[in-house]
Design a protein around this ligand. Structure first.
Ligand SMILES: Cc1cc2nc3c(=O)[nH]c(=O)nc-3n(C[C@H](O)[C@H](O)[C@H](O)COP(=O)(O)O)c2cc1C
Length: 321
């Protein structure tokens, strides 16, 4: 049981990298961190998987970092959990706590295999369980606990009720992806809801949804008063965005990057990725993202899809000029 609640770490930037399953692997997170992300978050992880893996890893004298991989250079580092069974939640948070600086709880994922377990975005329709989950989490760890949510399951936008429950439970920061679960990724993130949230609670608010340029990052902060912004799809294949956002917020200008800069950064990604157990199919998808929109793209993107090894990917990158 936690006796003293620790507070949030100091963030070096207002721009955070969003958790993205299959995308925000430790190599991409490190690149984004090096380019100036203030916080990086692991992909969402099942509390039940954490408990099962810990048992297995213990027999091999390994810690949970053998399952949720990361490097010290990513710190401050947040681990994102999902799952709603209270005892498992307590156990899983105790397992991960010594290794991470922040524990984030997912209440936004729209994927059916998650919502069917009354987890992710589905919890937005169950305020009683949400209260129990958040109280359990805060009590089980001495690390700061944060919440990432959507605005509601459907047009019944419950985010302000949830935020009040969260603040009372001891949650220290809330990220709002201002879409409903039913919306998926359609339509637009409604930033006016982020402003409403900021006016509802006193804890820091992270605005999320559709920030893809430094100008949009500034607009979101100006329009909503949010304390931080979180960038997901805009940072895919584009870790440069963090430096650009930081510079733009400070000076009103930012450096543009060339095609060659992007392919070189991807080679660095490959070097970092070689230290972790990242599926090759995911690495190949990263190559597609780093080369999206580049000149002559169609030809080399077909070769990327056919590549079988990271050496082949490196060779393809060297041929892009
Ligand atoms: C491929 C993909 C995977 C995602 N995985 C997660 C996840 O594991 N946990 C989470 O809270 N959100 C996840 N999200 C949602 C993002 O964190 C973010 O809330 C959403 O993409 C909106 O931000 P954006 O417009 O900047 O992309 C994912 C999004 C994408 C596109």
């Amino acid at each position: 049981m936690a006796s003293v609640l620790s507070t949030l770490p100091r963030f070096s930037s207002k721009a955070f990298l969003a958790p993205m399953a299959g995308v925000s692997d430790p190599a991409l997170r490190l690149l984004c961190k090096e380019m100036g992300a203030g916080l990086v978050v692991t992909e969402l992880t099942s509390i039940h998987a954490i408990i099962a893996k810990e048992k297995q890893l213990k027999t091999q004298n390994q810690a949970i970092s053998g399952f949720i991989e990361y490097s010290e250079k990513e710190r401050p580092l947040s681990v994102q959990l999902f799952g709603s069974e209270l005892e498992a939640l307590q156990k899983a948070s105790q397992i991960v706590s010594p290794f991470f600086d922040v524990i984030d709880y997912n209440m936004g994922c729209p994927a059916p295999h998650i919502t069917q377990q009354m987890a992710g975005g589905a919890l937005l329709q169950n305020l009683d369980l949400t209260k129990k989950i958040l109280e359990t989490l805060v009590k089980s760890t001495d690390k700061p606990v944060t919440l990432k949510m959507r605005a509601g399951v459907d047009n019944n936008l419950v985010f302000k009720d949830i935020a009040k429950i969260a603040q009372k439970a001891g949650i220290q920061m809330i990220t709002l992806h201002a879409r409903t679960v039913h919306q998926g990724y359609s339509g637009q993130s409604d930033w006016s809801l982020i402003r409403e949230l900021k006016e509802t609670v006193d804890i820091p608010i992270v605005g999320n949804g559709d920030v893809t340029t430094p100008e949009l990052a500034k607009s979101m902060i100006d329009q909503t008063g949010c304390d931080y912004i979180m960038i997901g799809r805009g940072a895919m294949g584009n870790p440069f965005l963090f430096e650009q956002v930081n510079d733009y917020l400070k000076t009103g200008t930012y450096k543009k990057y060339t095609q060659q800069d992007r392919t070189e950064l991807f080679v660095k990604y490959l070097d970092y990725a070689s230290k972790y157990k990242i599926k090759f199919a995911n690495i190949r998808q990263q190559a597609m993202r780093f080369t999206k929109g580049l000149r002559g793209g169609t030809i080399f993107r077909a070769s990327i899809m056919n590549a079988k090894t990271t050496d082949e990917l490196k060779l393809i990158m060297s041929q892009i000029s």
